[in-house]
Design a protein around this ligand. Structure first.
Ligand code: THU
Length: 140
């Protein structure tokens, strides 16, 4: 796939993340976030942040999208776009990086900058030396 094709695909994915942000339930932070995951077989699954009166019981947009995908039997991902209505270059939080890495450490992460252009980084770049099931393997 050419770089141009990839960029076109990721811009379309970002549009889905923006759409998802409209459904954000964020009355406590007033910080709407949307995410859209591109699966290895070409499907797009979106999610938004869903907060809760307990404050720590909510879900980030990335996690919502991932939970939706995994609970539908999808575990292989090519990319995720993240859109924060009130912030630019809004890379996933540490918890979401850990959550995403469980399934596809090779996926791309896409954010939008102040010029409405996309920036792309691999999850590996964003989350080097990650904790994974390898660490759980017993050596003795
Ligand atoms: N949030 C996300 O949805 N994704 C992130 O990567 C960072 C933060 C949400 C969580 C909370 O609902 C709001 O943004 C403020 O932190």
């Amino acid at each position: 796939m050419s770089t141009n094709d990839k960029t076109t695909k990721y811009i379309a994915l970002m549009a889905k993340a923006k759409e998802a942000a409209k459904y954000s339930y964020s009355p406590y932070s007033n910080f709407p976030v949307g995410a859209a995951i591109l699966t290895k077989d070409g499907r797009i699954i979106s999610g938004c942040n869903v907060e809760n009166a307990t404050y720590n019981g909510g879900s980030c947009a990335e996690k919502t999208a991932l939970l939706k995908a995994v609970s539908e039997g999808i575990k292989e991902f090519e990319a995720i776009a993240v859109f924060c209505q009130k912030s630019k270059n809004c890379w996933p939080c540490g918890h979401c990086r850990q959550f995403l890495s469980e399934f596809s450490i090779d996926m791309d992460v896409i954010v939008e900058d102040e010029n409405k252009s996309i920036n792309v980084a691999s999850l590996k770049e964003l989350f080097p030396y990650s904790f994974s099931s390898k660490q759980l393997a017993k050596s003795d």
